[in-house]
Design a protein around this ligand. Structure first.
Ligand code: HPA
Length: 250
């Protein structure tokens, strides 16, 4: 079963034919909200709103451990994360959809592993390729079938938030090799890997990053709602096609 974690602009999935909602208790506390189980194009799927259904949980307070644990406990087989980002690289203008292939993590102080606590063995997961390549391919194929332009690959910089970056910070991220910046990609991706869940993301560029394009002096989030809603309609279309695609052969 496919799981979708929705970020800003995607607090519910209009194309999910809802069957039931379940609030899951986890050893790591409460997930962002109930898991919503249902069907997308007759295929079972589960949805979780990362910031809560009322969008009340800021990025640095998302309980990623509880969210991923709850999805693993529900026996999902793959996790698609939808996350809004600021565009850094030339060409990543608002409205662009990207399936990133790499991550640089600048977050701090977040609970970022299941492998801790007294008496627990030390575990190092491989994270060379942070996203599941086969699920990335499926997302790209689904986008093609849906007739939606999506960029294949890009480096996602995960910042701590909730404040946006300074122009100098964005310049530094670019020097580091980042193409886009968001606040929620980590530790979500790493925890999914620890749980053995194939994980990939659709990044939705909602603004030029600080100091770029029309964000040269400030980022005006108020103007973005319209563009965000339009992009999410496209994301929903892609998700419908993902649900109908058979798993990629390795
Ligand atoms: N920076 C960080 N996170 C974001 C941005 C941004 O510019 N836009 C959307 N999420």
């Amino acid at each position: 079963m496919l799981a979708i974690i929705g970020g800003s602009g995607l607090t519910q999935l209009a194309n999910l034919d809802v069957q039931r909602r379940e609030m899951v208790r986890t050893p790591y506390g409460e997930p962002s909200g109930p898991l919503t189980f249902g069907l997308i194009c007759n295929q079972p799927a589960v949805f979780l709103a990362r910031h809560g259904y009322g969008h009340t949980i800021p990025p640095h307070e998302v309980n990623d451990r509880a969210n991923i644990w709850a999805l693993a406990n529900a026996k999902v087989t793959q996790v698609v994360s939808v996350a809004s980002v600021g565009g850094i690289r030339d060409g990543l203008k608002p409205g662009t959809l990207v399936v990133p292939h790499q991550i640089i993590d600048y977050t701090w102080g977040r609970k970022s592993t299941y492998h801790e606590g007294p008496g627990r063995p030390v575990v190092h997961i491989d994270f060379t390729e942070p996203y599941d390549e086969s699920l990335r391919r499926r997302l790209l194929k689904a986008a093609k079938l849906a007739g939606e332009d999506v960029l294949d690959g890009g480096v996602y910089a995960a910042t701590q938030g909730p404040r946006l970056e300074t122009a100098a910070e964005i310049a530094r991220l670019e020097r580091d090799g980042a193409d886009m910046v968001g606040m929620t990609g980590m530790p979500e991706a790493a925890l999914a890997r620890e749980m053995g869940l194939p994980y990939a993301a659709i990044a939705v560029v909602v603004n030029y990053a600080a100091g770029r394009g029309d964000s040269i002096h400030a980022i005006h989030f108020d103007n973005l709602q319209d563009a965000l809603q339009k992009s999410m309609v496209r994301v929903r279309r892609i998700i419908e096609h993902v649900c109908q695609l058979p798993p990629e052969q390795p």
